[in-house]
Ligand binder design. Structure first.
Ligand code: SF4
Length: 347
């Protein structure tokens, strides 16, 4: 990244803007390390507006690191239901237990924080700077976009080398007296002004006077991202199986891979027709009383897209499934949002 001097020059106007415009967010009212850490994990791949209600509920249920460490997994996943990327919730709990055991609480350095499950360089930097006032960078996609436009950089921001370089530049520019505010100010600028998808609002930007991307008219085309690998498409058939008492069949996914260890509605690979579906159910010892098609749906994960069709079958219970009554499905079992389109058929 050329022009590191611009990254240093941005500190004063950026902090002055932050003092006026900082978003009011619950994890900023109280920068307790635990609260900051939970917010940063929830915010990974997820918009602030989506996180807010989850954050309040999560903190009410688990107000301390100790409470999170002791939480039953089902309650934890239930509180995470709909936020996606469930490994984040599991890693939160693992990290809470490990932090208590190894450090007696959340540690304050990037090195120690990064040694905990689910905490990468960005999250460690964010927690260390915001909650422990350490002058360390926290560089994510938002920050890379701002820096690429500010310095008119054509480097591929998805490259690890470019990210490391950006971290070095930010580390050299962080004002020692306000490291957390500086990192949060760049994040806010990226989220509210230097917007993605070619839509920077330069006229409202505190950096417009020094921004090379603006001056050269290149900002909307930046940052450069090398083409990502295409998502793999998988066809799935979702089975909504109801027994005579109106309970729905659930099963656990394998402990590794996509949605590891989560509950799911039973799946058949491919788009199974009526005969194949009936045969698959009978092979599990289920007597099929009726079988109706459900509509199509799709769900996009990071690397995979599911294209789903579904069947609603009334059967006798059994078949090695876990049978959940409607209220248990509401209160106890966390069902990934990939199944949202079929969930309504379970009641
Ligand atoms: S002036 Fe425009 S392109 Fe430059 S940092 Fe501000 S919003 Fe982004």
């Amino acid at each position: 990244m050329e022009h590191p001097e611009l990254i240093k020059q941005m500190a004063a106007p950026l902090l002055a803007w932050y003092d006026r415009e900082a978003r009011v967010l619950p994890w900023r009212e109280n920068t307790d390390p635990y609260r900051v850490w939970v917010s940063e994990i929830m915010l990974q791949q997820t918009r602030v507006e989506a996180v807010l209600p989850y954050y309040e509920r999560f903190l009410a249920a688990f107000p301390t690191l100790q409470a999170l460490a002791a939480a039953p997994e089902e309650q934890l996943l239930k509180l995470w239901e709909g936020l996606g990327y469930y490994s984040r919730a599991r890693n939160l709990q693992k990290a809470a237990r490990e932090a208590l055991e190894r450090f007696g609480g959340l540690p304050g350095t990037v090195k120690e924080l990064s040694s905990l499950p689910g905490i990468g360089a960005y999250t460690a930097g964010a927690v260390a700077s915001i909650a422990f006032s350490q002058p360390v960078p926290a560089v994510d996609g938002n920050v890379l976009r701002v820096l690429a436009r500010l310095t008119d950089s054509r480097d591929d921001v998805l490259s690890p080398a470019v990210k490391r370089e950006a971290e070095r530049c930010v580390a050299a520019a962080i004002p020692r007296e306000r490291p957390g505010d500086f990192n949060q100010a760049i994040m806010d600028l990226g989220a509210t002004v230097c917007l993605p998808n070619g839509a920077p609002r330069c006229e409202d930007c505190p950096l417009s006077a020094i921004c090379l991307g603006r001056a050269r008219g290149t900002a909307a085309q930046l940052p450069v991202k090398a083409k990502k690998k295409e998502r793999r498409v998988e066809e799935q058939t979702v089975l909504v199986l109801l027994d005579g008492e109106g309970r729905a069949a659930l099963e656990k996914r394998p402990p590794k891979g996509l949605l590891a260890g989560m509950w799911q509605l039973p799946l058949l690979p491919g788009h199974a027709g009526e005969e194949t579906t009936r045969a698959a159910l009978e092979s599990r010892g289920l007597a099929v009383k009726s079988l109706e098609p459900l509509g199509e749906a799709s769900h996009i994960f990071t690397h995979v897209e599911w294209r789903m069709t579904g069947w609603l079958a009334r059967v006798d219970g059994g078949g090695g499934f876990t049978w959940a009554a409607p209220e248990e499905l509401e209160e106890r079992y966390a069902l990934p949002s990939a199944f949202r389109a079929y969930r309504g058929a379970c009641f």
